[in-house]
Design a protein around this ligand. Sequence first.
Ligand SMILES: C[S@@+](CC[C@H](N)C(=O)[O-])C[C@H]1O[C@@H](n2cnc3c(N)ncnc32)[C@H](O)[C@@H]1O
Length: 205
Amino acid sequence: MSPLDARAAVFGSGADTVSRYVDILASRGIDWGLMGPREGDRLWDRHVLNSIACADLLPEGSSVVDVGSGAGLPGIALAILRPDLRVVLLESLLRRANFLELAVEELALGDRVSVVRARAEEHHEVYDVVVSRAVAPLPRLVDWCAPLLARHGRMVALKGETAGAELAEAAPLLRRRGLVGRVVERPVPATDEVSWAVELERAGR
Ligand SMILES: C[S@@+](CC[C@H](N)C(=O)[O-])C[C@H]1O[C@@H](n2cnc3c(N)ncnc32)[C@H](O)[C@@H]1O
């Protein structure tokens, strides 16, 4: 299967846009130091596909904030996959926020994707879904992200194999904050890999 066919199989009508996004990551993303120089060959599966593995956890039409978006992962990948989502890319570093602004403009996603340069703990909007990937240990993430959750909202923290251990360790904090969580495991599309997320919601929702 050609790379474009592989992208179409996962992203459908977003295949061209996701190809352009991978090109941006491979060029400016590496030049600006947002992606490691050795990531060039792994952008598609290790980063983009990994970012969308848990997309089914996001309800149709959700408002989503990607906390610590970096180069746009998972937020840009999710926005390309799911045209029903409205996505805010929240990033504290100026250089990274500038990268995100350019990417959103070049990918013509500006009608539903916006960039906010701020620290999560200083951001005061609420969202249906708060996503994050590779940003902070779960207790710190919960402190930053719980205030961003709408009453019915959920947090989806993309984690590695440590998801279960992190969730267990955070149990006292979650109880104090009135949150309940579970670990979700999903196959990474078009690969033999699996991906894990911690999903948190308010108790008794
Ligand atoms: C390791 S990178 C991960 C980036 C991206 N999520 C990914 O998976 O490739 C962590 C990102 O979180 C950002 N960040 C760290 N603390 C933050 C905070 N308190 N609020 C917003 N962004 C933060 C950093 O600037 C950095 O871009």
